[in-house]
Write a new protein. Structure first.
Lengths: 112, 116
């Protein structure tokens, strides 16, 4: 089983739709969580960190459920420019050293 | 505008040849990661360094891959000998880690490797 798992999609949605992605992680000791965005043939870039109480940044809302070990990303009023791959990232541990582990990503296509 | 710089951007080589990829992390960052991305596996962590010391390279095939940081401004990833299955995009990323807090990771544009 992978340490971080995501539904690869693709999710095809019309402009203006609300879409949600989930991500599960296997290591209950994980403490830091992030969403990164990767455009086609580009490098990943940080979208937002995920805090325990949940957090919002404009149209984007991230939630963390420690009991069930999953993270979610909600995008409201989706735009064409939101089309990208969204990568769930978890800070895992190998001994005492933290390392950032990426999920395979969920692809979103927003259609006109 | 500080950024991570990777070279080469593209590399086509023949099986058995040595490949060296270089990365210049952002000045002041204390952590450097090497990732490999393929369609099948996504982003896989190969190795990472904190203050130039290797912390974890368990994701790297040791028989042919090696990663080093000869100084704070240069990280290298070497494959010798290369094989067709090594074809992928190799990303270097750097960040500033303080205690348990992992800040944002900044990625280079990647080195696209094709091994024939």
């Amino acid at each position: 089983r992978k340490e971080v798992e995501q539904d690869p999609g693709p999710f095809n949605v019309p402009e203006g739709a609300t879409v949600a992605f989930n991500c599960t992680y296997s290591n209950s000791a994980s403490q830091s969580f992030f969403w990164y965005r990767q455009d086609c043939r580009k490098e990943p870039k940080l979208l937002m960190s995920v805090y325990s109480s949940g957090n919002e940044d404009g149209r984007f809302t991230a939630q963390l459920n420690r009991a069930s070990q999953y993270i979610s990303l909600l995008i409201r009023d989706s735009k064409l420019s939101d089309s990208a791959t969204y990568l769930c990232v978890v800070k895992g541990y190998s001994g005492n050293t933290g390392k950032l582990i990426f999920g395979q990503g969920t692809t979103l296509q927003v259609k006109p | 505008d500080a950024r991570v710089t990777q070279t080469p951007r593209h590399k086509v080589t023949e099986m058995g040849q040595e490949v060296t990829m270089r990365c210049q992390p952002i000045l002041g960052h204390n952590t450097v990661f090497w990732y490999r991305q393929t369609m099948m596996q996504g982003l896989e962590l190969l190795a990472y360094f904190r203050n130039r010391a290797p912390l974890d390279d368990s994701g790297m095939p040791k028989d042919r891959f090696s990663a080093e940081m000869p100084d704070a401004t240069l990280a290298t990833l070497k494959i010798q000998p290369s094989e067709p299955r090594d074809s992928a995009v190799y990303f270097c990323a750097s960040g500033l880690v303080r205690g348990e807090n992992t800040g944002e990771l900044f990625f280079g544009e990647g080195s696209r490797l094709t091994v024939l």
